[in-house]
Design a protein around this ligand. Structure first.
Ligand SMILES: [Zn+2]
Length: 660
């Protein structure tokens, strides 16, 4: 590093020449010529000696100090020479530590991050923080905001669970955090901007680097978001969007580009293969710690639940970036951060006041006594399993009655969060599995096998009707010819989508038959049961006008698939009518309105909150069997359950084309 030449240096040279040459009076011309010639020949030797450090300028202490500070500024504004340290984490749910090492917990995690303070780390997060957890049932993830802020998060990408309480809620949360949330490839059709006030990309200048950051998600989880209609967003392919943003960030001078992602491993690998402009992929969604290099790009998933993080050190060596990744386990060796301990205590104390939140008005009492719900269909069982269908869009739903913990009749009237959590106190993870008709039958047999013992395996169902004869031996109590799914006779060969608890899909409570069934939607993709129920009440509040929906996105009370079918039929009809281009934009608006009107009618019916018994599960004896057989023979509906699909078709047929 050469020192800085200032006016003083030129001044000193002039002074030296003056004092050595001008002794008295004027200087003879030929004498000056000789002196200047000597200076000229010496200058090349002096330059060589200075550059080799053999000769040093004389500088006063003060000058050296001033030059020192100037030199520091010079380095940081030129090409980066420092190491850039990044701390990365993803998928955090519980504030409290776990039992097994690495125990984690928010308070230890904060002190772990603080232990790297001297390295001035850039802290990046790959999504999933607001749900699911027991505290989130009360606080909707609000407890996580001070933690994200305390670790000094600089940027994050949205995870699927961050949408669990709806887009409105997420937007409110984002406003309370002190960093940008990225979502580069999902556009909200209602605003034409990234969904939930996300940012498409950002550049953070850190440790002398211009770090370009983008946030990418996979299409699969858009389909599973219960609080959003996929028709209301435009999903952009992560490969083409990734390439486009890499290009534009490079043009803006980014030294390196990081993708924060929330997608499964195969898609992260695809991203690394097809988007060469990316330097690192910091990923989430999968909870196991993992590191892979694909196409020279590092992909890192940093564990889960404040138990692990990654320390990523980036050095620049001859215009190449050298990336070094270290897994850090947040073990009990880290002390808990005292301030965070206080925050955790505060939230836990806040729960009591939240319990009185009113969710809705029940127009009938709900039967939750073990003596009933573990031996027969109850309206509480119907209410909850119907919501499972609403959030999963599956063909049918089955829950073990052991899920319902309140053991009481809930009176007609205001239904509070306290009531919901008395009924469903646990974090019940849901999944959607694919079962054959035969497997479904086996599952029902298991459900009634212990009858009349009040066992938790007794099923509560939606989309299914069946009868069982307890006088028959176990495994032969359900009459296959009377089982109906979605109002149609059970086909043993047919594959059905069944929404159930993850617990049952693992073969618990005697439901061994589910163990090997293909999982169509994992617990990570579905929202938890109590969250779904809360969102159901919230949607009713919105429909009834008690609550505003700022973003226009909420959980639908009817099957989304039907809505989509409705729209595609409308489109076909509009094409048939050859709407001209000028009218098409207003037609688009009208189609939307028509769609909403029809769906609105269906949803209105759901808002009454008076679940009833519908003959989904009945006891069989010879007399009832004969009656059912006669009903079947004459094609009579055995119960009054409304077939939404057929009703939708009727609605379509009746829809006047004038409304288009
Ligand atoms: Zn996730």
């Amino acid at each position: 590093m050469t020192s800085i030449r200032t006016n003083n240096d030129v001044g000193e040279w002039h002074n030296r020449l003056n004092t050595s040459v001008v002794t008295r009076g004027s200087v003879p011309f030929y004498h000056l010529l000789l002196v200047l010639h000597r200076e000229a020949t010496n200058i090349t030797v002096q330059m060589k000696m200075v550059s080799e450090g053999k000769m040093q300028r004389f500088q006063r202490k003060k000058t050296l100090q001033v030059e020192g500070s100037l030199r520091v500024n010079c380095i940081t504004t030129s090409m980066p020479q420092n190491d850039l340290v990044i701390l990365h984490f993803n998928d955090v749910y519980n504030l409290e530590p776990q039992k097994e090492e690495p125990v984690g917990g928010a308070a230890r995690f904060v002190s772990c991050v603080k232990s790297y303070q001297s390295l001035n780390p850039l802290v990046l997060f790959s999504g999933d923080v607001l749900n699911p957890s027991l505290l989130s049932i009360f606080l909707k993830g609000e407890q996580m905001i001070p933690i994200l802020n305390a670790v000094g998060t600089h940027a994050a990408v949205y995870g699927n669970h961050d949408f669990d309480f709806g887009v409105d809620h997420l937007c409110e949360v984002v406003q309370k955090t002190s960093f940008p949330w990225l979502l580069s490839n999902v556009i909200d059709n209602l605003t034409n901007k990234p969904l939930a006030d996300g940012q498409e990309s950002c550049i953070i200048e850190w440790s002398g680097y211009k770090v370009g950051i983008i946030g990418l998600v996979e299409e699969e989880w858009i389909e599973t978001l219960a609080t959003l209609d996929p028709e209301d967003v435009t999903y952009l392919d992560f490969v083409s969007k990734g390439n486009e943003l890499c290009q534009s960030l490079k043009e803006k001078g980014a030294d390196l580009i990081i993708a924060l992602t929330h997608m499964r491993w195969p898609n992260d690998r695809l991203l690394a293969e097809r988007v060469p402009g990316l330097d690192i992929i910091l990923a989430g969604h999968d909870h196991d710690y993992g590191l892979e290099i694909v196409n020279d790009t590092n992909i890192v998933k940093s564990g889960t639940d404040f138990r692990n993080l990654s320390k990523i050190t980036i050095k620049r060596k001859e215009a190449q970036l050298h990336v070094d990744i270290e897994k850090v386990d947040v073990t009990s060796e880290f002390d808990e951060d005292p301030e965070t301990v206080e925050i955790v205590k505060h939230w836990q104390g806040d729960i009591d006041s939240k319990m009185d939140e009113v969710l809705g008005y029940m127009n009938t009492e709900l039967e939750g006594r073990f003596s009933k719900i573990r031996s027969q269909e109850t309206n509480l069982g119907n209410f909850i399993t119907d919501i499972m269908l609403e959030i999963s869009q599956a063909d049918c739903a089955l829950l073990n009655s052991g899920t319902f913990r309140s053991d009481r009749v809930h009176p007609k009237g205001w239904f509070k969060l306290r009531d919901l959590l008395t009924i469903l106190p646990l974090v019940d993870e849901l999944v959607v599995i694919e079962v054959t008709g035969q497997q479904l039958l086996q599952a029902l047999e298991n459900g009634v096998s212990a009858y009349p013992k009040l066992e938790g395996r007794f099923p509560q169902v939606a989309g299914i009707e069946f009868g069982f004869d307890p006088s028959k031996p176990k495994g032969h109590r359900v009459d296959p010819s009377l089982v109906r799914v979605q109002g149609k006779d059970l086909n043993p060969e047919k594959k059905y989508k069944l929404c159930t608890k993850e617990y049952l899909s693992e073969g618990k409570d005697g439901y061994d038959v589910f163990k090997n069934c293909p999982v169509k939607e994992t617990a990570e993709q579905c929202c938890t049961l109590s969250t779904g129920v809360r969102n159901h009440f919230e949607s009713i509040q919105i429909i009834k006008g008690y609550k505003k929906c700022k973003s226009g996105h909420r959980q639908s009370l009817v099957k989304r698939k039907l809505v989509q079918k409705f729209i595609s039929n409308l489109r076909k009809q509009s094409i048939a009518h050859r709407l001209d281009k000028a009218a098409s934009s207003s037609a688009k608006l009208q189609r939307r309105v028509s769609r909403q009107e029809s769906v609105h009618d269906q949803e209105e019916a759901q808002c009454h909150l008076s679940p009833r018994l519908e003959g989904r599960i009945y006891l069989l004896n010879d007399q009832i069997r004969t009656e059912k057989m006669i009903e079947k023979k004459h094609g009579l509906e055995p119960c009054q359950e409304v077939d939404l699909e057929e009703e939708n078709d009727v609605l379509l047929n009746n829809l006047s084309l004038d409304t288009l």
